[in-house]
Design a protein around this ligand. Sequence first.
Ligand SMILES: NC(=O)c1ccc[n+]([C@@H]2O[C@H](COP(=O)([O-])OP(=O)(O)OC[C@H]3O[C@@H](n4cnc5c(N)ncnc54)[C@H](O)[C@@H]3O)[C@@H](O)[C@H]2O)c1
Length: 315
Amino acid sequence: MSDPAMIRRVGVVGTGVIGASWAAFFLARGLDVTATDPAPGAEQRLRDAVRRHWPTMQRMSLADGASPDRLRFEPQLERALEGCDFVQESGPERADFKADLYARMDAATPPQVLLASSSSGLPVSGMQVRCEAPQRVVLGHPFNPPHLIPLVEVGGGEATSAESIRRAMDFYAALGKRPIHVRREILGHIANRLQAALWREAFHLVDQGVASVADIDTAIAHGPGLRWALMGPFMNLHLSGGEGGMAHLLEHLGGPIESWWHDLGDPSMTAELKAHVVQGVADERGARREEALERTRDDLLIDLIRAKGAGGTLP
Ligand SMILES: NC(=O)c1ccc[n+]([C@@H]2O[C@H](COP(=O)([O-])OP(=O)(O)OC[C@H]3O[C@@H](n4cnc5c(N)ncnc54)[C@H](O)[C@@H]3O)[C@@H](O)[C@H]2O)c1
């Protein structure tokens, strides 16, 4: 099963927020999906979520033969995984729980089937400890919502093979995702650490009274955030160096940037700071409803992803 085209049926384990979004994505890429989740009412919630996401998937482009009717639901894990060529696990974020779940998924599938975890922060090494074929357990960490955002962080644990990581990356890439390789197990992987670094300073600036919550959001959403969606922090820095590029920029501004690093904050999540931020967001939101904000976000996101050519089947 080293050719991504040989993967026809995906097992989606756990159908909460992330699993349901993955299911809609795999279905839209023309795959068969068998989903499993033991929670009462899970099947109905999953089918409702896929129905809700489907117009978005149609806007993003559907693969030939893609249909929400190719979704099967089976509450019993072992039965659900029969005949699956790839498994995307999105169960609860608890280390002991995942170790048990991977032991069961390992016993229920042939050793060449990749078992990929959506985990936001747990190490794969802990998930694969009780597997007979631990080399096929990988990280496949998406960004919310996985049916829209192209990034998937792929990595492994101590027992994961390089071949499994390559196969997982090939599979996600073949579906139009933008996988990156997390080369070493680290808390929060890559993108969440980058977000955490920004949040840390944002909370600090609010805590110190330098900026309001709305000021911080304006600073990013109408400033560097616009550029970051296009080419990321390093390439933007390179362009800021003019003809001399990154080398000139670092020569010129490297010292000041380093002095800012030394001055960055180290806030604590006190009850007072949390209340301050909650109130700040309420003030910023005003009379606008969350549903309307989400719709605006998703509509613009689709336009942006399409314009960038990174979504769906676009190159
Ligand atoms: N929410 C996010 O923004 C986000 C983003 C990226 C990754 N993740 C990761 O995705 C995973 C799922 O997160 P979520 O936000 O969808 O959580 P969630 O609570 O919405 O969904 C978890 C689901 O797992 C189900 N479950 C419980 N036991 C199970 C079992 N034995 N077999 C199968 N399913 C079982 C639960 O019933 C529930 O529906 C976590 O590992 C999380 O770290 C979350």
